[in-house]
Ligand binder design. Structure first.
Ligand code: NAP
Length: 254
């Protein structure tokens, strides 16, 4: 039956940045669908772990700072997730940072940190997870992209460059791995009410202009991502490769 193909019973999902915001909602959604969850990040995800365990699923925490970990350490973290939970079926590359400044004033350090966390880590984690999944005969990678995978944005040049690249990387990996059972896709959230966008919502002029442009008439909530991530992680998405699913209240349709 079709709804059974959305279930993730017996699967293992690794989510980066699952302690808060969109990553927390993704981790909980995947656990509600039946998956055991590995949470990779630099902050102990106590709330998420408790929630996942409350659903009767396993949750493990892998401490890792994506800004400083080298590729070998990222691969070790992926392998530890697979080792501790027995397999690895899903990777959600969610963790991300944004630094706002006019392009002429962006520091080299900020540029480097955004590219390291938002792009380099996505590749190194995907490469490591891809190795496990290819050996296992299949898997799913879901990258969290952005409206700024399509648009230039304002005062966030590194973030925009990284998120455009995430879309390219999604397609590049999908092309290589589609025939071997590994589906690589992306979700492009619109303007969601998380810590990432708090400064925008606190600026009355920006907040009003953003809200006015969203056809749905409201900011997104982390829970709005739950259906999309479960879908892309599941057998229901078995013929989706290299696609990007906007969850944006209609922002891109304007
Ligand atoms: P958020 O609330 O700021 O959460 C960011 C997450 O990334 C946190 O779990 C954070 O962990 C983790 N993280 C940041 N730097 C890290 C590092 N060096 N090492 C490990 N983990 C790190 O943001 P969010 O809105 O949920 O964003 C999640 C993803 O969605 C990001 O990729 C973001 O670009 C993307 N996105 C968000 C929106 C939006 O409107 N909110 C729109 C489009 C795309 P700590 O708690 O330890 O900092």
């Amino acid at each position: 039956m079709i709804l059974d193909s959305f279930r993730l019973d017996g699967r293992v999902a690794l989510v980066t940045g699952g302690n808060r915001g969109l990553g927390q909602a993704c981790a909980i959604a995947l656990a509600e669908a039946g998956a055991d969850i590995a949470l990779l990040g630099r902050t102990e995800p106590s709330e998420t772990t408790a929630h996942v365990k409350g659903l009767g699923r396993s949750a493990v925490y892998l401490s890792c700072d994506l800004a400083t970990a080298d590729p070998a350490q990222l691969a070790d973290a992926v392998n530890a997730a697979a080792g501790q939970l027995g397999r690895l079926d899903v990777l959600v590359n969610n963790a991300g940072i944004i630094r706002r400044a006019p392009a002429a004033e962006v520091t080299a350090a900020d540029w480097d940190e955004v590219m390291t966390v938002d792009l380099d880590a996505v590749f190194h984690l995907s490469r490591a997870a891809g190795r496990v999944m290819l050996a296992q005969g299949g898997g799913r990678i879901v990258n969290i992209a952005s409206m700024l995978s399509f648009q230039g944005g304002l005062r966030v040049p590194a973030y925009t460059a990284a998120k455009h690249a995430v879309l390219g990387l999604t397609r590049a990996l999908a092309n290589e791995w589609a025939a071997r059972g590994v589906n690589v896709n992306a979700i492009a959230p619109g303007y969601m009410a998380t810590d990432n966008t708090a400064p925008l919502r606190e600026d009355p002029v920006r907040a009003a202009s953003i809200l006015e442009r969203i056809p749905a008439g409201r900011w997104g909530e982390p829970e709005d991502l739950m259906g999309a991530v479960v879908f892309l992680a599941s057998d229901a998405a078995r013929y989706l490769h290299g696609t990007v699913l906007p969850v944006d209240g209609g922002w891109l349709a304007r």
